[in-house]
Design a protein around this ligand. Sequence first.
Ligand code: NDP
Length: 245
Amino acid sequence: MKKVLITGANKGIGFETAHYLLQQGFYVFIGSRNIENGEAAVEKLKAEGLHNAEAIQLDVTNAASVLAARATIGKKTERLDVLINNAGINGGLPQSALEATIEQFEKVFDTNLYGVVRVTQAFIDLLRNSEQPRIVNVSSSGSSLTLHSDPSWKYYTHKAALYPSSKAALNMFTIDLAYELRDSQFKVNAVCPGFVATDFNNHRGTGTVQEGASRIAKYAMIGNDGPTGKFFAEEYNPETGETPW
Ligand code: NDP
């Protein structure tokens, strides 16, 4: 049975990705910074007959928490097949490039970039023991330089200096990580789940968590002939300014 760790899996897109991968036969470690919320998520899954999940306390901004999670999972398995770095924050809006403080930048980067670095480095040895290791970094179309600099894009005018910067940095980290792992079976990709209705955007998203989860799961289960070191943003229709979320 393949094993996956998903950070921030107690709710939203992370939870739905756990739900989907359980249905595909995975064993799922539900990373949750608040263990009670992680356990509640596991109970919800069990109520649907999905029993191969367990909650792991994991705050991606806390190095001790990440190492403790690695120790806990390491006692249960020598192998992790998939790591989904899903935990993320948006830092609140508006995010003026001129007025945002360094502290505000640091807070968003601490979760969206450094969190991914901490977790990836802590679990890389377990991933190396998989025959088909996969890392999926949950990114955002808003971090696409092409979209974010195009005045005809529907979301062009927003003041959002922090969040897209952190995810753009995550995309670059993804490419470098894939490069370092190129002589192996690793597939490492960054993926936008789409504009999905969750707490993250006060449920203003137009897509469903199921749609977001299926995009992430696609790259979690990609074959050995699949891509690595890529960022999959949404396709964009320049005539309407819409991304088909
Ligand atoms: P939610 O706010 O619903 O869920 C975010 C999850 O991340 C929660 O489980 C939250 O935990 C967790 N989290 C936040 N900070 C930490 C931390 N320090 N350590 C561990 N877990 C943490 O958001 P979504 O499900 O919408 O977002 C999931 C991912 O998708 C994010 O990376 C986001 O950037 C990305 N994304 C979302 C889009 C959307 O439209 N929804 C669009 C593009 C990208 P807790 O419950 O404790 O707060």
